[in-house]
Ligand binder design. Sequence first.
Ligand code: SAM
Length: 468
Amino acid sequence: MALNHLMHPRNVYKNRPPDFRVLAEKYPDFRQYATFAPDGKVSLDFHNSDAVRCLTEKLLKEDFKLDVILPVDALVPRIPQRLDYILLVQDLLNASNLYDNVLGIDIGTGPSCVYPLLGAKHCKWNFCATEVNEESVAVALKNVEKNQMNDKITIFQGDESTFFKEIFKAYPDKIFSFSMCNPPFFNKEECEERFQRSDKSDFKNNPNASNTPRAPPSSATVARNSELWVHGGEVDFVTRMIHESALYPSKVQLYTSMIGKKMSISPLKKVLEEYKNLIYATHCIAQGRTKRWVLVWTFNPTIKVNSRLANKTLSFSKNKDDVISFFCQICKWANVEVSKHSSGYLICFIPSSKMLSFKPWKTKKRKNDNNEVPKKFMKIHSPNTQDRAEINSNISDKNNADSQLSVTEVTVNQPQLVDAKNIRLVVNKNANSSSQLNVEFFNNDMAGFRWLESLINYVNGNPNIFPK
Ligand SMILES: C[S@@+](CC[C@H](N)C(=O)[O-])C[C@H]1O[C@@H](n2cnc3c(N)ncnc32)[C@H](O)[C@@H]1O
């Protein structure tokens, strides 16, 4: 089923698919691949790799004024899909107010140099790109030259052992806005199953492929070895990229990589989870019959990994000179890990196990009491006996002191059932208030926010915990 309705709203091809009739009338070399039906329809045989390459050249020329050499033995980039990835990155940069002087990295740019050329032309970005295949580097350089982009795009001969090191060495003082990558998706065995070797010992689609996790692509794929496979496949490749990114947490604002297979996402999330000072998200991009995913991560909590995050406020009962430090103190008391970024933003990391052992309690309102709003409290199941005794006695003292709150009227909220994933919330100062903090989170991480809110309510209701 065509997935074009899922394309990015700003993708020029979303509501205006390529018009083969116009292209066939304008370009004789494209015309040779077109089929003209008596009803006036013009179609293209997507199983013919020359036809697909010719179409891509024409789209780049017609829609982006780019003149690009696409070698016959190399992967032909599908432009609508490449544009979707670029537009996603643009949305994320915009969400973080990174509009100006955008400098990106493209890992594995290929001979087409498609991301830097499209990004430079369509979004006015600058790029550093790497590529391990020497022939591809040579063609990429020609493509940059041919389109007079030498001042916007720099190509590096890449090295299999590292992704970023050479670029960072060449630009020690630069902070890059983002990095992107379309990695080789397969390992060697998967590749040999899905594709046939061509005469040059490169690959093209294998129409008889059987044990593939997904149906073979509906259009022709011809590619160089390094474009399709790498030891360990994309999981290994992107795992290495994540680990290397952690060595340079502040060199790139937003690290990203395309993921070709849905089953790769889960092991990669596990790798990202290893870093507590990291925030990540996955996005889906779709075009034609193909779905891909983009993994996005950052070590900078001021950077958005999703342009549509929920935003809520935590309120403290009294104004605080330094509400952030007070919040950190509370988290320390509750054994919640917080990492503080130089910007002052915090990443609050709540393991799901903690949420189950730290149960929110809520008081029921008496039927015939006055109209005061009931207060919420937490009952703490801490492994530390002293903590537990102290906190629970605080609750009892509070209950005895306040006639509205009797122990018999306390009900326990069922602990929120969260799956075995950890929750990360980004906490920062509310510019207009010294008694409020802003919290940003994914909608499906609401349980994490509720948990934090309960904790703050408990502290608000128990001044003895942090006496002045
Ligand atoms: C799937 S192709 C993508 C090409 C192009 N970016 C595109 O989207 O059409 C992957 C590219 O990554 C390159 N590559 C593989 N390992 C690399 C590495 N360690 N560093 C840089 N490039 C690498 C391959 O040679 C290949 O050109």
